[in-house]
Design a binder for this molecule. Sequence first.
Ligand SMILES: *Cc1c(COP(=O)(O)O)cnc(C)c1O
Length: 418
Amino acid sequence: MTAQTSSATTRATCEAFDRADPIRAYRDRFRLPEGVIYLDGNSLGALPKATADRVKKVLDVEWGEHLVDGWLKDNWMGLSEVLGDKIAKLIGADAGEVIVVDTTSINVHKVIAAAMLMRPDRRTLLTDKGNFPTDVYMAQGLVEFLGRQHRIKMVEEDEVAESIDEDTAAVFCTQINYKTGRLHDMAKITKAAHAKGALAIWDLAHTAGCVPIELNKIEADFAVGCGYKYLNGGPGAPAFVFAPKRHHDKVRQPLTGWLGHTNPFEFGLDYKPAQGIRQFRASSPPILGIVAMEAGIDDMIEFGIGNVRAKSLALTSLFMKLVEERLLKHGFGIATPKETERRGSQVALTHKDGWAIMQALKARKVIGDFREPNIVRFGFAAPYVRFADVWDAVENLVQVMEKEEWKKPEFQNKKWVT
Ligand SMILES: *Cc1c(COP(=O)(O)O)cnc(C)c1O
């Protein structure tokens, strides 16, 4: 795949890239509506075909027939860890270090609190202005709860490493910026944190399932991630938490529910945390949600995260090249870094009329999304997006601009969910 080098790209060139794509066959694993070009897998991943059968089995057999015995008979009680061990393979963690529980926001609370408790003499939580709002909100809520001495220090994205000081308890960043797709150097920032005695916490919401990383190799302290983006786990799917074995003995997290107890069915009245990663679980696992994630994660392991990354970079490079050739003259800018090692799996265009343009594009069945104030966002989920789709998306966008379709009144009003 040399999408970025050839000069005169045509649709035929893109079709040739598709024929040469070693993971092209995997597109058939997904259910995708006819005629739709889906470039929003960074917001909600597509449905793996195998998921429907797996969920149906739970309804028909496990819940339907086994009732309460399903907790053991069908291993419902162990699924959070089974899936955690699978996700571990995608993010460079070991078995027993990842668990599928709750949501990203809730898990952010747990890991920030755990890190602050491990550095009781320090008062600062460091984050950057490119972090996702819920991450910052959760940090604000926690810091307020901890009391006046604690504070959040928020710096520019490229100033994180040098902003760490002796009062920093933890650095907390999202590796890939949800708007621009800019990618942090996790190894460098983690090392800088450790050099000052601070911990490093990573949100992998836009990383897991599209960019290979090595959490243990870089000695990350904690991480969280999202189940419904590139892991294709379904709307509102549970999220995951990573805590390395070296922290298991001393770590404590504040949401001490009964299923994080060492023996929940002892029904004692003193909380004793479970050994290992299981203490990050608070409540009964949402079995339907967890089961719906399994096929997507199994598929992703089979596709090979290295293959996925290679194709994703070729897709985003091709898209940016075509935008430069055909769309800059219509007032678009590119907010995503050009260097492959500095970007994730999405491309953000800027345009002052971005909202209306995206609505007009969606009317042509090319699905991306819009982020305030002017970002027109396209995600490239490599397992199911084709090079020809990239061509067609750009062609449709050119049509939307040349025919001024975005000026139609029905595309002007903003909706509640963008
Ligand atoms: C998508 C995303 C979330 C989502 O949080 P929920 O609790 O699942 O709503 C959180 N953080 C980041 C960085 C995200 O990209």
